[in-house]
Ligand binder design. Structure first.
Ligand code: PBG
Length: 354
C-alpha cells in the first residue's frame, strides 16, 4: 500500500476564499500526520499493534533443591528456581495472564555425560517439574526444550564423535527425550537442536505413542549467536562448551536459508515455528510470517535481555520503557508470541498501564 504524499485535496476551490493554513516558508502543510498524535486518546485509536500478557512465554531455569532461588549474575533479575519455587512461578504466570512457561534445567555436573543420558531419565529435573506444575496449575501451557546441551559433558546439543555432531544418531535420542517429556506432561515439545529431520521423527514418535495432541514448536530458524551467553551461564554450559555450534545453528548472514529451514519443519509437521534470537533478526520474523502465515514465535534471548538490563541498571535507559518497546517491536514484525525473561515484569507493567 502506497499513499501519495503530495496529492492536493480535490476540494481546493472551496478553500480558496478561506483563511490559508499557516505555512512555514511556503511549504504546503495541508498534510499533517501529527494530527492523529495530538492526544493519548487519539494515539490509542490509531494504534496498529498491541502487546498483551497473552503474547508472552516465560522461560524458567530449574535447579535442584528446595525453597531455592539462585540469581544468575549475567541475567539480572532472573533466578534459577527449585521445583517448589517453579510451581509458585507457574501459578504467578497464570495469575498474570501469561499463557505458557518454558522449562530449562541446570543439570548437576555429575549427571552430565558424553551422550546426555540424563535427558532420558523420567525422574530428571524437567520431568519432575512438569508433573509438579501440572498438578498445581493445570491450565498453564508447559513447553519443554528438546536438545541435549543441558545434559552433555561437552555442552553440545547433539552427540559428538571427534569434532563432528552426529545428525541421525542425535535425532534418534531426541525422539526418546521428547517422549520422556510428553509422558511427564509436556504440552508443547520445542526442539532447539537444529538437527535435520528431527521434527518429522519426533512427530512420528509422539503419534506412535498416542501423544497426537502434543504440539511441536520448532526452533526452525535458530542462528549461531553470541547472544546466548547468559543462557549458557544459567544452565551451566558456558564453561564446558567445546568449540561452537556453527555446524548446526544458522549463519547470521542468511535469510533465504531461514525460509528453507521453516519450510522443512512445516513439511515435517511443526505446529509453530520459532525465530531466534529476536531483535537482531526482526527481518527474519517478518519474512517467515509473511511467507508462511503460520504461528510464528520469537525468542528475545538472554543476551538481548542482559543488554537492556545492563543499560537500565546503569541509568542509561528507562528499563520499563525499553522492555515494552522491544517487545512491541516483535508484534510489529509479525510475531504471534514472544519468549522473554521480561514476561512477568512486562505482564505486570501492561496491567498497570492498562
Ligand atoms: C539450547 C538452547 C539455547 C537457548 C535456548 N535453547 C542455547 C544454545 O543454543 O546454545 C538460548 C536461549 C537464550 O539465550 O536465552 N539448545
Amino acid at each position: 500500500m502506497i499513499w501519495p504524499l503530495n496529492s492536493k485535496p480535490k476540494y481546493e476551490p472551496l478553500l480558496r476564499d478561506q483563511a490559508q493554513a499557516p505555512s512555514a516558508g511556503g511549504l504546503d502543510l495541508s498534510l499533517r500526520l501529527r494530527r492523529n498524535r495530538k492526544a493519548e486518546w487519539s494515539r490509542k485509536l490509531v494504534r496498529e499493534n498491541a502487546l498483551s500478557p497473552a503474547d508472552l512465554v516465560w522461560p524458567i531455569f530449574l535447579n535442584e533443591g528446595e525453597n531455592l532461588r539462585e540469581p544468575v549474575p549475567s541475567l539480572p533479575g532472573v533466578e534459577r528456581l527449585s521445583i517448589d519455587e517453579a510451581v509458585r512461578a507457574a501459578a504467578e504466570a497464570a495469575t498474570l495472564g501469561i499463557p505458557a512457561i518454558a522449562l530449562f534445567p541446570n543439570t548437576a555436573p555429575a549427571l552430565r555425560d558424553e551422550k546426555g543420558s540424563e535427558a532420558l531419565n523420567p525422574e530428571n529435573l524437567v520431568c519432575r517439574a512438569l508433573r509438579a506444575i501440572k498438578r498445581e496449575t493445570p491450565q498453564i501451557g508447559l513447553i519443554t526444550d528438546v536438545a541435549l546441551d543441558p545434559y552433555t559433558s561437552h555442552g553440545h546439543d547433539g552427540l559428538l564423535r571427534g569434532e563432528e555432531i552426529l545428525n541421525d544418531e542425535t535425532v534418534f535420542v531426541l525422539v526418546q527425550q521428547a517422549l520422556n517429556q510428553a509422558r511427564a506432561g509436556a504440552d508443547v515439545i520445542a526442539p532447539s537442536d537444529m538437527m535435520d529431520g528431527r521434527v518429522g521423527a519426533i512427530r512420528a514418535g509422539l503419534d506412535a505413542h498416542h501423544f497426537q495432541a502434543v504440539q511441536i514448536l520448532s526452533y526452525a530458524a535458530k542462528y549461531a549467536s553470541a547472544f546466548y551467553g547468559p543462557f549458557r551461564d544459567a544452565i551451566g554450559t558456558n564453561a564446558i562448551l567445546i568449540g561452537d555450534k556453527r555446524t548446526y545453528q544458522m549463519d547470521p548472514a542468511n535469510t533465504n536459508e531461514a525460509l528453507r529451514e521453516v519450510a522443512q519443519d512445516i513439511e515435517e509437521g511443526a505446529d509453530m515455528v520459532m525465530v531466534k534470537p529476536g531483535l537482531p533478526y526482526l527481518d527474519v520474523i517478518y519474512r517467515v510470517k509473511d511467507h508462511f502465515g503460520l504461528p510464528t514465535f520469537a525468542y528475545q534471548v538472554s543476551g538481548e535481555y542482559a543488554m537492556i538490563m545492563a543499560a537500565a541498571n546503569n541509568g542509561w535507559i528507562d528499563g520499563d520503557k525499553a522492555m515494552l518497546e522491544s517487545l512491541l517491536a516483535f508484534k510489529r514484525a509479525g510475531a504471534d508470541a514472544i519468549f522473554t525473561y521480561f514476561a512477568p515484569r512486562a505482564a505486570k507493567k501492561l496491567k498497570e498501564i492498562g
